[in-house]
Each structure stands twice: as structure tokens, then as C-alpha cells.
Ligand binder design. Structure first.
Ligand code: UGA
Length: 340
């Protein structure tokens, strides 16, 4: 199996590369990314072929690799909500336009594509669990610019579906629901909203800053440990008996639900166990902040987001295994163990 991963140095990409290189000795990986920081340790691996570059300027290279490989994973995307609000045009040009060009090349060469949709496509859906084929995708008005990410991803989902139905494009869509773990975001990024919530809070704790709970932190998310998510993704790539062909899978853990306030409290407790961070962690207070003050008026939140995962359980024979406290402990350990 030859796999092309675009955006392989990001959170999902680097864990996927790690898993494949350690557990799938016959698979060959070709990657493209602007950076190679997270992949640096595998540079000399005989099954990994990395290239550094800007995907928007390398269409010939990408087309050659698409012809060479059996399956394509276009993982490059900006996925921090603050950026959706601050720079929606950048979200559109990377997450939509640049990825659409890759999808079209997959159509041209009839190459199997595995596309990262997102839990965000469900928007403000009020179902207790979001179902890939039944739940409605509910977004706010145009001036709530946060939804450009969701909308961009949704339109690519719809295009891939249409290409699959009309042009025979082989595809699978997967929807990560708040994957967490090592190498997610850069903890040294001190910008408000610069990281997704777990790393944002850990960065606050590391720097002894107060944690800001948007609208009081009453909103809920369900978190899944990255290794569990990667196991599902590898099963999708394997596609035994075509179990993943033409399907959409939510990949999350419906048992790992937490309010954002309770998440902050748990992270503070965990951080206090590290002697070098205890003093800072004890200093941190939980402060409520209105969403408009934190993100700007273009933001609108998702109050609760839980995946239905029976399709992944049934078709992929997959089950998330890591509970919330273990997922958080492993993440905290990665970020705080050696940090000073
Ligand atoms: C994320 C991102 O959109 C994507 O990474 C992804 O597609 C999707 O979720 C996913 O991983 O499933 P969201 O969960 O809203 O969206 O993003 P976070 O930045 O992780 O925020 C989670 C919650 O924490 C939000 O309600 C946010 O308002 C809150 N928050 C965040 C705070 O209360 N304080 C902060 O400092 C940061």
C-alpha cells in the first residue's frame, strides 16, 4: 500500500505516520507539508518519503504522487476556531479551495480519497448524538463567521459524495470529534485562542495565567484520545472487504463527555502533580468571559457535541478504548513533563 498524506506534519498526520511506520511494515508513505517538525524523528525511515513545500504551489508534484499512490489523505487544514473568525478567507482558500484541487485530481485519476470532514459540520444540531446520515447540519447567520470552516468542509463533503455517486470516485469521509493528545498544538503559542482548548488551558497553566471560560464553560465536548482515532483511521485505510467505501464515519468517544469548566478543573488538578508546575497551577483562577470578548462578535458556540459511533463500530469493528482521565493524563504528561 502506498499512501499520500498532504499535511502530514499536523496533529492527525504525524500520529498516523507514527502508527503506520511502527505497525504496518509493508506500507509506504509519501508526505507533503510546509514543515517537518513532528516527523523529524522518522526522516531516515526507509518507508517514509517526505517533501517540504506549499501544497498550493505544487500541483504537478501532487499529481505525480496521486498517480503513484493507492490512497490519498488531504489532511492540511486550519482547525482553530479563533482563526475562523479572524481570517475566514484564509480558511476558505486553504480548507476549501486548496483541498478541492486535490479532490479533483483524485477524480481525474480515480484514486481513493480519505477526507477529514469535521464534527463542526453538525454545527448547532440539537440531537443528543450526531448521526452521519440523519442529523441536520445547522449553522448560524452569515455574519457569524465562525461557520465558514464548517461550511467549507460541508461543501467538500457534498462534492466528494457527488463525485462518488456520479463519477465513481472511491472515497471515505471521517469526522474527528475533539481528538486530543500529544503534538496537537504548540503550547508556547500564547495568543488568545491560538490553540484548541486542552492545549490552550495547559499553556495558561504553564505560564501561570488565568483560564478564560468562554460563556462560563457550560458548553460540552466529547474528547477522544488520538491513538483511538488513529486506529479507526487505519481501519479506514485498510478498507477490509470495502467496509469503508462510500461511507461517512464519526470518530469520537461518546463516553468522554465533559463541560469546558470541568475540563479546566481536571487539567488544573493534573498539572498540580508536577512539582515544577504546582506553584503556577495553584495561582491560576477560572474566569468567565463572554464569547464576543474572547473571540469577537463573529463567533457562535456549539453547546453540546456527542458522536453516534455505531457505524464505525459496526463497519470498522472499532471501539475507542481510552477514558477521559487517561486521555487527559497522557496529554498533560507530554506537554508538562519536561516543560519548564
Ligand atoms: C474544534 C475545532 O473547530 C476543530 O479543531 C475541529 O474541527 C473540532 O472542534 C473537533 O476537534 O472536533 P471546538 O471544540 O469548538 O472546535 O474548539 P476548541 O478550541 O477546542 O474549544 C472548545 C470549547 O472550549 C469551545 O466552547 C470554546 O469556546 C471553549 N474555550 C476555548 C474556552 O472556554 N476557553 C478557551 O481559552 C478556549
Amino acid at each position: 500500500m502506498k499512501i499520500l498524506i498532504i499535511g502530514a506534519d499536523g496533529f492527525i498526520g504525524c500520529h498516523l505516520v507514527d502508527h503506520i511506520l511502527t505497525k504496518k511494515p509493508n506500507w509506504e508513505i509519501h508526505t507533503l507539508d510546509l514543515s517537518n517538525n513532528n516527523l523529524a524523528e522518522y526522516q531516515s525511515h526507509p518507508k517514509l518519503f517526505t517533501t517540504q513545500g506549499d501544497m498550493t504551489k505544487m500541483s504537478d508534484w501532487i499529481e505525480e504522487k496521486i498517480k503513484l499512490c493507492d490512497v490519498v489523505l488531504p489532511l492540511a487544514a486550519i482547525a482553530t476556531p479563533a482563526t475562523y473568525v479572524q481570517d475566514p478567507l484564509k480558511i476558505f482558500s486553504l480548507d476549501f479551495e486548496a483541498n478541492l484541487a486535490i479532490i479533483r485530481l483524485c477524480v481525474k485519476h480515480s484514486k481513493r480519497v480519505i477526507f477529514p470532514s469535521t464534527s463542526e459540520v453538525y454545527g448547532m444540531c440539537t440531537d443528543s448524538e450526531f448521526d452521519e446520515e440523519k442529523s441536520h447540519l445547522i449553522l448560524g447567520p452569515i455574519h457569524k463567521e465562525r461557520w465558514i470552516y464548517s461550511c467549507s468542509k460541508q461543501l467538500i463533503d457534498r462534492l466528494i459524495f457527488a463525485y462518488g455517486k456520479r463519477n465513481g470516485l472511491p472515497y471515505t469521509l471521517f469526522r474527528p470529534f475533539n481528538w486530543i493528545g500529544p503534538k496537537q498544538d504548540n503550547i508556547k503559542n500564547s495568543k488568545t485562542g491560538g490553540s484548541r482548548v486542552v492545549i490552550q488551558f495547559l499553556g495558561n497553566i504553564l505560564r501561570g495565567e488565568n483560564i478564560q471560560l468562554v460563556d462560563g464553560g457550560r458548553q460540552h465536548r466529547s474528547f477522544v484520545y488520538v491513538e483511538d482515532g488513529i486506529e479507526a483511521l487505519v481501519k479506514i485505510i485498510e478498507n477490509t472487504d470495502n467496509c469503508a467505501s462510500g461511507r461517512i464515519f464519526n470518530i469520537g468517544n461518546p463516553h468522554n463527555i465533559s463541560s469546558i469548566r470541568s475540563l479546566a478543573e481536571t487539567l488544573l488538578e493534573l498539572a498540580q502533580k508536577y512539582p515544577q508546575h504546582e506553584a503556577n497551577a495553584k495561582k491560576v483562577q477560572l474566569m468567565d468571559i463572554p464569547a464576543a470578548d474572547y473571540y469577537g462578535t463573529g463567533y457562535q458556540d456549539v453547546q453540546a457535541r456527542v458522536p453516534a459511533i455505531w457505524r464505525a463500530q459496526t463497519h470498522l469493528q472499532w471501539q475507542p478504548k481510552t477514558d477521559l482521565i487517561t486521555s487527559l493524563s497522557k496529554t498533560v504528561d507530554y506537554y508538562l513533563h519536561d516543560a519548564s
